[in-house]
Design a protein around this ligand. Structure first.
Ligand SMILES: [Ca+2]
Length: 261
């Protein structure tokens, strides 16, 4: 089975059932071994009973942890001897991997059938979605530097997809940092001129006003899955662009002098 052992530099880590008594498949713990000293050490005890996976990079160990009652992602800093939480969302998280600053995993927070790819930056202590669409499953996410790859079944058979993580490009975004989802999907790229007036309206009119800010917050919660769906369907994109976004942009342009400061 993959993910039951991993190695990086001077350390080997693995999933261990030595403390599980007669139930050899149960009560998985995480152990480590330092090659240069020949010393074995316990990292975390009784972390779960299913699908445990462990990975290590540059002295940071990550694994799937069920101690809170559902699968989460936990980490351990070998140099400090300290455990820390990476993701404790109430949905299931599993199939974790780490390289450098980035941890990636599969995530079921959006629905019982979702298999989305999420990530976490150790340095920034921030979590972010990488590829989320409940219409198709993802599998086996891996990361190297700022590049994430995974197995993806969006076309009905297994393909390999990838994404580059770019924290700098999120500067002008709001909330969870993925700006203007539905409009972006409808226009097909994030650079369309029309998006600027939508952003300006959001920043100058909606956000300073509490009801408007509530709307923006709601919008950022519900729109990513909708936008994912729209972006996959050309006819739907045209309908949304010509029927919804374009008229709103026109109205905002005509009334700009009323709300623009
Ligand atoms: Ca969880």
């Amino acid at each position: 089975m993959e993910g039951l052992v991993s190695i990086d530099g001077d350390y080997v880590v693995w999933v261990d059932t030595r403390n599980s008594g007669t139930c050899a498949e149960l009560a998985q713990s995480i152990y480590g071994y330092q090659i240069s000293t020949g010393e074995e050490f316990l990292i975390a005890e009784d972390v779960g009973i299913r699908d445990c996976k462990v990975d290590i990079n540059d002295g940071f160990v990550v694994w799937v942890d069920e101690r809170n009652g559902n699968q989460d992602i936990c980490g351990y800093d070998i140099s400090q001897g300290e455990e820390f939480a990476i993701c404790t969302n109430t949905g299931e998280q599993w199939d974790v991997a780490i390289d450098g600053d980035i941890v990636v995993w599969l995530d079921r927070r959006k629905s019982e059938f979702a298999q989305d790819v999420y990530g976490y930056s150790l340095g920034r202590e921030v979590e972010f979605p990488i590829c989320t669409n409940r219409n198709w499953p993802h599998a086996s996410p891996l990361v190297s530097g700022d590049t994430v790859v995974w197995v993806d079944k969006r076309d009905g058979n297994y393909d390999i997809y990838g994404a580059t993580i770019d924290f700098e490009s999120e500067e002008d975004d709001v909330g969870e940092g993925e700006g203007c989802f539905i409009a972006t999907a409808a226009y097909g790229s994030d650079t369309a001129e029309e998006l600027n007036i939508l952003r300006q309206f959001r920043d100058e009119v909606l956000l300073p006003n509490s009801l408007g800010a509530e709307f923006v917050s709601f919008y950022y919660k519900v729109s990513p899955p909708v936008a994912d769906f729209i972006s996959q369907h050309d006819v739907l994109r045209t309908i949304v662009r010509e029927g919804l976004v374009a008229p709103v942009v026109n109205i905002l342009e005509w009334t700009r002098r009323c709300w623009n400061k």
